[in-house]
Write a protein that binds this ligand. Structure first.
Ligand code: UDP
Length: 323
């Protein structure tokens, strides 16, 4: 298929583009390189540097690519930042995403695959979390993704645009070629690995008074290659709706730090710090729907294996894509 991928120079997008190319798809990547890296774009893909704000050019790019499917990764994705700058999140993650959805409808695109998030649920009433839970986000990041899920539901109903909204839990790990490099890193695993590389003195544990067994937040970490494979499955005609993507197992911040120590063989100093605004205490997926309806099967269910792939990439690229 001809697949138009926004955010294909970013962390999850870069791995998905590479997997799409491996599967024989023709890929066009749109990215404004605000967070992404040009060298993270698989050389087999076409590249267009463009901001989704540029409505007319986006429409033209989608049309020119003869896209049959759009996969939309490009978005802001930091919970903490969304609590201090909500406008940035609503303008880009909702407003600019509508430019892309309109371009897709105008170009006759059949399938729209959207990177949503478990942050659309807010603190859940039950664990593991399935897709039927009420969505009550507690940060503008989650709210912005929920708003665009609703846009897609209406575009499906009114324009016949088939969509898949993947609610990711915590993306982690690396492929041999592509890994996680944010210009300002705020994510737990890469920060801990920076400590292991000697680039950072310690890790701050952001909240140790949560209602969890060790007082730190629990998250469900899912390997990016597994995430990428789900997107490829979603391109099949007839697949439509909302799907959680996670491993079904939760790890606390302290457990992740301990797993990183085990994988790297390096002691990780830490300091207990106050909570970060907007963080729910515990998010763990039930991905049964994706497993049953997509035939999706995670290949990296173990946290140590996920961290091992990230550690291999960071050791090879201590300065990320700046090497
Ligand atoms: N976290 C932490 N120290 C850090 C970065 C993150 O304790 O330096 C915690 C954060 O509060 C959350 C978990 O690690 O509970 C995962 O955070 P991350 O930013 O990696 O992903 P998020 O769950 O926000 O998408």
């Amino acid at each position: 298929m001809n697949v138009f991928v926004t955010g294909g120079a970013g962390y999850i997008g870069s791995v998905c583009v590479s997997e799409l190319c491996n599967a024989g798809h023709q890929v066009t990547v749109l990215d404004n390189l605000s967070e992404g890296h040009r060298s993270a774009v698989d050389p087999r893909a076409q590249f267009v540097q463009l901001d989704l704000e540029d409505r007319d050019r986006v429409a033209e790019a989608v049309k020119t690519s003869q896209a049959e499917a759009v996969i939309h990764f490009a978005a802001y994705a930091l919970v903490g930042e969304s609590m201090t700058n909500p406008s940035k999140y609503f303008r880009n993650n909702v407003g600019n995403a509508i430019n892309l959805a309109d371009a897709a409808v105008a170009a006759g695109v059949r399938k729209f695959v959207f990177s949503s998030t478990c942050a659309t649920y807010g603190p859940p009433d039950k664990i593991p979390m399935d897709e039927g839970l009420p969505q009550r986000p507690i940060n503008p990041y989650g709210e912005s993704k929920l708003m665009f899920e609703k846009v897609l539901r209406w575009y499906h109903e009114l324009h016949g645009l088939e969509f898949v909204a993947f609610r990711y839990f915590n993306a982690a790990g690396a492929s041999p070629e592509f890994g996680e490099h944010h210009r300002i890193e705020t994510h737990l695993i890469p920060l801990v690995l920076q400590v292991a590389l000697g680039k950072r003195s310690h890790i701050d544990i952001l909240g140790s008074d949560y209602p969890t067994p060790d007082g730190t937040c629990i998250r469900d970490y899912i390997h990016i290659t597994d995430l990428a494979q789900a997107h490829i499955q979603a391109l099949r005609p007839g697949i439509c709706g909302y799907f959680n993507l996670g491993n079904g197992e939760g790890f606390s911040v302290r457990e992740v730090v301990a797993a990183c120590e085990k994988v790297t063989g390096i002691k990780i100093p830490f300091q207990d710090r106050p909570r970060r605004a907007g963080d729910p205490p515990r998010l763990v997926a039930s991905a049964q729907k994706a497993i049953q309806e997509l035939g999706w099967k995670p290949q990296y269910p173990r946290i140590e294996e996920i961290i091992r792939t990230a550690w291999a990439w960071h050791q090879r690229h201590p300065n990320g894509y700046l090497d």
